[in-house]
Design a protein around this ligand. Sequence first.
Ligand code: GLN
Length: 498
Amino acid sequence: MSAQELHQMGVAELATAIADKKTSSVEAAQHLLARAKEHQNLGAYLAFNEDLTQAQAKAADARVAAGERGPLLGVPLAHKDIFVTQGFPTTAGSKMLAGYQSPFDATVVSQLAAAGAVTLGKLNCDEFAMGSGNDNSAYAPVHNPWDTARVPGGSSGGSAAAVAARLVPAATGTDTGGSIRQPASFTGITGIKPTYGRCSRYGMVAFASSLDQAGPMARSAADCATLLTAMAGPDIDRDSTSLDHPAEDYTRLLSQPREGANAAQPLKGLRIGLPKEFFGEGCAPDVIATVRAALSEYEKLGASLVDISLPRTELSIPVYYIIAPAEASSNLSRFDGVKFGHRAAKFDDLADMYKKSRSEGFGPEVQRRIMIGTYVLSHGYYDAYYLKAQQIRRLIAQDFQQAFTQCDVIAGPVAPTVAWKIGEKSDDPVANYLADIYTLSTSLAGLPGMSVPAGFGAANMPVGLQLVGNYFKEGELLQTAHAFQQATDWHTRTPSGF
Ligand code: GLN
């Protein structure tokens, strides 16, 4: 098998090639490691541990030699550097955690490892997952393989760039307000954020605990289904927000025929809701045109389009940017140079040590959010900001339930524009926050959402179609995306030079 063939394969093809002994896990891992190094200037990877990768690949090959087959057995993956991993450093993209080695694996990491996946390395991200362009990493910005002068999206930008550039067939990501869906959209790959609580948060460095959720990023919905089947499931002893809902086989659900549907119209009967707030003024015309073209394809597949409204969409920005920083300010208080994190080399007294350690360890966006968070939680402002935001959060969730009486799945753009130029929004935090308009409400409601490659917009950059489902409807979302990918080839496009 040629090297070129090895990195062009998705998860399913690679697992089959390994099981059929056309290649080995060791061969695939070695090739992908070399390729990752060759493309280090993308900034996608933060750390490798070649000996460990090699040992894991050998162990997978031994299982194959013993006759085992599995959809992830021997397949190299990489993890966003927000998941703690034994044997690899975990930094969360921050100087605060430089050199940190976790004594244990995050649940999501150990579940993928149990399925036989091999860890290639750790992927760059915005510091503590705060950002929309992956230009907030304390180490290096990540470049979009479709145009290296542009951002790959954030905060899971390293995961998105690595998958898009064919450095790895799939990766993990996390989404607090859009960080799986938006980078997937900006780099032309597929990503799904499950229902809040569906994947364990144990071992995920916390940003905003009531919003953070892990999910897979891959080329296709089918590959996302394979990863999510291994990742999702209850972990109630270790994560108090994990949902006690049995694991599901998303791969099986993928091609399960819908009632009343047929081969020509596999989505017959599916009602897709289009929120008018997602197609309004704020969205760039090239994005709307690409999304509309994808929706016409859905009509050909038998789905019907219905107009709906999510009236509080606009409020999701202020609500999210109160709740997420409030939770972050509390979560990040543990990094004080004593309990966890970087400690300043020189200081006068205890208070000065905290101050210097935190000023040196945290970057500007993280410090901004800690300040906003402590402000909105402080006595006298709590009722006006935090409590009010929580009340509106409930109303946003109710709007979705109202919408789901009229449709099965909601669709729209993921972001109002294609990926912007690196540096374009770096000095303007509000411009970054506004770009999250279409992803935040789903996160606030705790609903599953995904991004599916839908075509190309301005500057020939990828555009994703967002699909949002009701609670626990990951299977239906993946099926809806898979049907589209059976009929189109947007998800197979590779950026030139990769
Ligand atoms: N862009 C959003 C933020 O900066 C979302 C980040 C995320 O989902 N982790 O908070």
